[in-house]
Every structure is written in C-alpha cells, then in structure tokens.
Design a protein around this ligand. Structure first.
Ligand code: CMC
Length: 391
C-alpha cells in the first residue's frame, strides 16, 4: 500500500492519545479517569461523573456545589430556539430536531467562541451539558403538541429532566426517586466510551477549529445511525416481536434461528466489538432494570422475563460461549426506558444527552494539546488513470 497504512474501519489505528476513558474488552472493564464504572454508578451522581470526565478528578464538596449550581444556571435555552423548533413538522424524528437545535446553539453564544481560550471552552462545555436535557424534553413535548415545561433549578439534573419530559403544566409533578436514580445511572453508563464513531466524529470535526456546538451536532448526527446509538431501539423491537409471537414459549425456536447463519437474525443486545466478556455496563443495567420494574409495580413485565430467559440460554449455549458473545449495555436499557415512559424514538436522544459530556471533554482534550493537527486521512485511489477530454 505504498506510503500509507490501509485500515478500513480503523480496526488497528489509534487516532489520538487520551487520558479520559479506558476499556479492557477481555476483562470486561470500563474506567473513567481510572475509576471503575460500577463504583461510579453506585457511589456518584451524573454531575459528579461529568465533573470527573471534564476535569480529571472527582469534585470536592465545595467544587460539587459550585459545578452543580453553574450547570443549573445554564439550563434555559434562548426563547428563539422554541421558535426554531416550531419550524419542524410535528412528526419530525427527534434526532433530526436535536441535531439541528444543537448546531443552532452556535448562533447564540458569540461571547465564548474563542476556542483557544480555556475559559471559553469550559463555558461551552457547561452550556452543552446544561442545555441538552432542556432540548431533548422540548423536542419530545413538541412532537406531542404539548407546551414546553421550563427547567426548575431546585431539582437535580435528572429530576429536572424528568419533570420537563413528563409534567403537565396544569398539575404538580412529583419525581419518583427510583426512576430518577435509574435514569441518572443510564446517563453515567453512557457518559463516555473512548474513540467510538461519534466521539471520533466530534474530534475530526473539531480538528478544523470549528465551534464546539457544531462539532457536537456532528457527533449527534453520527450517533443517530442504527449501528451506533440505534441498537437499544432494535433490541426492544426484537423483544416486542418475540413477545407478540409466543413469548417465552418460543425462545428455543428463536435461538435456533439466531444460530442459523442463513436466517440473518442476530440476538440484538448481544456481542460487542471491544468487549469479549460481560459488558460491565450490562450488569448494572440489569440490576437497575429490576429496581425500576419493582418500584413501578411492573415485576411481571413480560419483556424483562423474556430478556432474562434469552440471556440464561445464551450464556450456556456453545454458540455464544465460543464466540464470546455476552449481553451489552443495550440489552436491558430499552426495557428500563420503556418502563419509565420514554418513547422508543427518543432512546437515541437520551444517549446523546448522556454522551455530550464525553464528546465535549474529548474535544477539549484535543484542543488543549498544543500539537493537535487537523484530521486528514489519506486514501487508496481506485479511479481512472489520467485521461484527456475528447473534443
Ligand atoms: N447474535 C448472533 N451471532 C452473533 C451476534 C449476535 N448478536 N454478534 C456476533 N455474532 C456472531 C457473528 O455471526 C460471528 O460469527 P462467525 O464467527 O461464525 O461468523 C461472530 O459472532 C463474530 O461477530 P462479528 O460480527 O464479526 O463481531 P463484531 O465485533 O464485528 O460485531 C456487533 C459486534 C456488536 C456489531 C455484533 O455483535 C452485533 O451485531 N450485535 C447485535 C447488535 C448490537 O447489540 N449492537 C450494540 C453494540 S453495543 C452499543 C455501543 O456500545 O454503541
């Protein structure tokens, strides 16, 4: 291949150095800034994790108070954004509206557009983390034809998001603690995942020196695809189809189809490019799923029973064992979101909300490096040799 290494899909190319997230796929280990994901999910809230991912250390009590209050004070979006969103048809896909709305944020913050200024970069990060819940909830309310619910700063980050999503302006809304904790945990589990496709997109886009809102909007566009953020939606659809066609009684038959390569059917929510052991996020998600279902009186949820049965069979079956196929984070997260009342087309929006901190931290890490270069891959040209236009 001459001067270049040819590596389609970047299977063996490290595109950058990064001190943020570490994955050991064989061990099933995921660390943010050195801390194991399960310890963070059990001991910390999402804003602790945001602070950690952005700054490298967990916040002290004082830093935490300051960070939380700063994020809270940036949750409102400019009223013109409501006008902007109302230009879409009501049935527009939430990801189409979200990509556009986040890109549009760049038109509002001329006060902090010098990306060489660390204080401007920090402010952009705070704004993005703070405004994502507001935008996701606005997009949802718009699709329902309901009025927007404005952010309330006395609630937690996740409690405020739940209220903006589900409150009716004419009634009081009480945040359910178990649901709040579960959603907060979903956010923690999705906060970063090193150089996946959307994060690499944010870095490549940002490497031209464009503003961070534009770069994050590119990341959201990438996440939208079914091979990335769309997998939990596909997993829930698989469970719903299976339930409609006989449920647990038909699991054996379904698994035979999955193992038959000619069928083209895969067990969605199983397998991972990097994890060749149990995805550590899937374990936590399964626990969370149990907690939420029991708190909401849905212990007998047939989809959860179905998922448990599929997992039980797969973990004993040589087909899955030999190929090191284990449940990934998406296997249970769709069931949790469905129980909370989040509609399936919004699952990827929830993922985008949570991943924003990872994207913006990776962008900041890149821009802070005095040696960073514009990303510019080469190619192997396969087109025509030089030729002349015939007159
Ligand atoms: N069901 C049945 N067979 C599977 C599955 C599955 N879910 N996943 C992989 N295999 C088989 C595959 O057929 C192949 O078999 P063989 O060696 O006999 O040809 C072997 O396992 C290796 O599969 P692969 O496709 O080469 O592995 P990959 O690393 O390229 O793919 C994957 C990883 C996630 C795309 C794949 O496991 C898959 O399609 N899973 C289902 C979709 C899914 O749950 N995706 C979510 C991923 S996690 C989300 C995120 O972190 O963003």
């Amino acid at each position: 291949t001459g001067m270049f290494t040819y590596d389609p899909g970047f299977l063996s190319t490290a595109s950058c150095e990064s001190a943020i997230t570490y994955i050991d796929g064989d061990k099933g280990q995921l660390l943010y800034r050195g801390y194991p994901i399960d310890q963070l999910a059990q001991n910390n809230d999402f804003l602790d994790v945001c602070y950690l991912i952005l700054n490298g250390e967990l916040p002290s009590a004082e830093q935490k108070l300051q960070f939380d209050s700063e994020v809270t004070n940036h949750t409102m979006v400019h009223e013109q954004l409501a006008t902007f969103i109302s230009g879409f048809s009501r049935d527009a896909h939430p990801m189409a509206m979200l990509t556009a709305a986040v890109g549009a944020l760049s038109a509002f913050y001329h006060d902090a557009t010098d990306i060489t200024n660390p204080e401007h970069r920090r402010l952009s990060a705070i704004r993005l983390i703070a405004k994502m819940p507001t935008l996701v909830a606005m997009v949802y309310k718009y699709s329902l034809g309901q009025p927007y619910i404005y952010p309330r700063n006395d609630l937690s980050y996740t409690g405020n998001f739940l209220r903006m999503m589900f409150a009716n302006p004419c009634e009081d809304y009480k945040v359910n603690d178990v649901v709040e904790r579960a959603l907060d945990r979903i956010f923690i589990l999705h906060a970063d995942h090193e150089q996946n496709a959307s994060t690499s997109t944010v870095r490549l886009c940002g490497s031209s020196g464009t503003n961070p809102f534009a770069a994050i909007s590119a990341g959201i566009a990438c996440l939208w695809g079914p091979a990335h953020g769309g997998a939990n939606e596909a997993c829930l659809q698989m469970l719903e189809n299976l339930q409609a066609n006989g449920g647990v009684a038909k699991v054996g038959e379904f698994m035979e189809k999955v193992k038959d390569k000619t069928s083209g059917v895969r067990l969605m929510g199983f397998g991972h490019r990097v994890y060749k052991n149990y995805d550590p996020r899937a374990k936590l998600m399964q626990e969370t799923c149990k907690e939420v279902l029991s708190a909401l009186g849905l212990e007998n949820d047939p989809l959860f029973k179905l998922a448990m049965e599929l997992e039980r069979i797969a973990l004993e079956d040589p087909y899955f064992v030999d190929r090191k196929l284990y449940p990934n984070v998406d296997f249970y997260s769709g069931i949790v979101q469905r129980a909370i009342g989040i509609p399936t087309p919004l699952f990827t929006g929830i993922f985008a909300l949570a991943r924003t901190v990872g994207w913006i931290s990776q962008w900041d890490e890149m821009i802070s490096d005095p040696e960073y270069k514009i990303g510019r891959p080469r190619q192997l040209y396969t087109g025509s040799a030089v030729r002349d236009i015939k007159r």
